[in-house]
Design a binder for this molecule. Structure first.
Ligand SMILES: [Zn+2]
Length: 415
């Protein structure tokens, strides 16, 4: 983008700029020749057609963007130009780009690639110097500079004295100023930015993933708690499952903190890519420390909530009826709220046994009135019996559904 302000229009009133003047200027600069509408139309069509044969992405976008202009007749040029670009400077730069792709495709691709890198490189607020380097490079790398250098070199070969005179001019819609080698200066500014940016990015990428690996290890360690919670959640007699969103968040964070290893040629990859192609990490991005801390905290709270349900008087009274020594030990651990020991002893077999035991207790409570009724030889109350059986079916369905909620990893937690 040229930096010079334009004399014919303000950015507040883009519709009012004189598109034909801008087009004539950009098509002939730095020679500044007047062109009729027909000449403007013919030149644009010719350039558009030539640029249409280039394969670079930036050129394809440009050709597409300027299609309404290339298709417009003399009388419709201004309207079409406004349709393509609302700012005169942007319109002029598009014309310079068109001229560049038509006449110097190699140079044009180099400018387009530099512009792409500068646009894609994300510079966080915490890097003001890098932001300044980028702003300087953006200001210097443009198609108008490429055209100016090219024209100057051609004229220099024809008439060295005239070249000097034109080089002293400063004009609108472009940066045709005194520096005779502006493209070289622009490349230097670009290379400086890219060098600093790539080094900063590489260091940041390494530090970020080192920190993430530590978080990853903490999450893996908590895998046993996740497994214990999933097993406790399958005991539907304890009440609704708790911490299910925490269990999913834990899984997502495990994936998000799995370290990225970009390979030995990373530095050379960063000469064209502004971010790691594998993880797309943004320079300055925050790591997951806060989210991991919150998930681990919520996880412990969820396990504690299930423990407090298990240690409630009613559940304890049921479990104490069991003569199994494993249940006895389990109850002691629950009473002492020893989460670590709990995660060690709570395997599928024990949880299966607990589930069965709690279910049997619930069923016998449900059927108790019917047994009593039978014992007392009471009259047949069909409605009461059907109601008890419906409740029984509900309890069984719920128990079977709950038993289906197994920990994702059946064996040992992942290490
Ligand atoms: Zn990466």
């Amino acid at each position: 983008m040229p930096q010079s302000p334009t004399p014919t229009a303000s950015s507040n009133a883009p519709e009012t700029y004189d598109a034909l003047e801008v087009l004539a200027f950009a098509l002939t600069a730095p020679n500044q020749r007047e062109l009729s509408s027909a000449e403007i139309r013919d030149r644009i069509r010719e350039l558009h057609e030539k640029a249409g044969r280039r394969r670079h992405d930036a050129c394809r976008d440009l050709v597409e963007r300027l299609a309404p202009l290339a298709g417009a007749d003399e009388g419709a040029l201004a309207d079409a130009a406004h349709l393509c670009q609302t700012e005169p400077a942007a319109l002029a730069e598009d014309i310079y780009a068109l001229r560049s792709f038509a006449s110097d495709p190699k140079g044009a691709v180099a400018v387009a690639e530099m512009q792409r890198y500068l646009t894609e490189a994300f510079v966080p607020k915490s890097e003001p110097e890098l932001a300044l380097d980028r702003a300087i490079a953006i200001g210097q790398v443009s198609f108008s500079v490429l055209i100016a250098d090219r024209e100057r070199a051609q004229r220099g070969r024809q008439s060295p004295a005239k070249e000097r005179a034109v080089a002293e001019e400063e004009v609108a819609y472009g940066v045709f100023v005194t520096d005779p080698q502006r493209m070289r200066t622009a490349e230097l500014a670009f290379n400086h930015f890219r060098g600093v940016y790539a080094r900063r990015y590489e260091d940041f990428h390494a530090a970020y993933w080192t920190a993430s690996s530590r978080l990853h290890a903490r999450l893996l360690e908590a895998g046993r708690e996740v497994q214990a919670l999933t097993r406790l959640n399958s005991l539907v007699e304890l009440g609704a499952a708790v911490g299910e969103s925490t269990i999913s968040a834990h899984e997502e964070l495990i994936a998000a903190t799995t370290a990225c290893e970009p390979g030995a040629d990373f530095a050379s990859v960063l000469k064209t890519a502004t971010a790691c192609p594998a993880c797309h990490l943004r320079l300055g991005a925050a790591d997951h420390a806060e989210a991991v801390g919150a998930v681990l905290k919520r996880l412990s709270q969820s396990v504690e909530q299930q423990l407090s349900r298990l240690s409630s008087v009613a559940v304890r009274a049921i479990l104490e009826r069991s003569s199994d020594p494993r249940v006895e030990r389990f109850l002691k651990v629950v009473q002492a709220a020893q989460i670590t020991t709990l995660t060690e002893i709570l395997d599928d077999e024990l949880v299966g046994y607990l589930r069965r035991f709690l279910l049997e207790a619930r069923i016998s409570t449900l059927l108790e009135p019917i047994f009593d009724h039978v014992q007392q030889g009471g009259a047949n109350d069909e409605a009461a019996t059907r109601e008890a059986l419906e409740k029984l079916a509900d309890v069984l369905h719920r128990a079977i559904r709950g038993a289906g909620q197994r920990p994702s990893d059946e064996g040992e937690p992942a290490r």
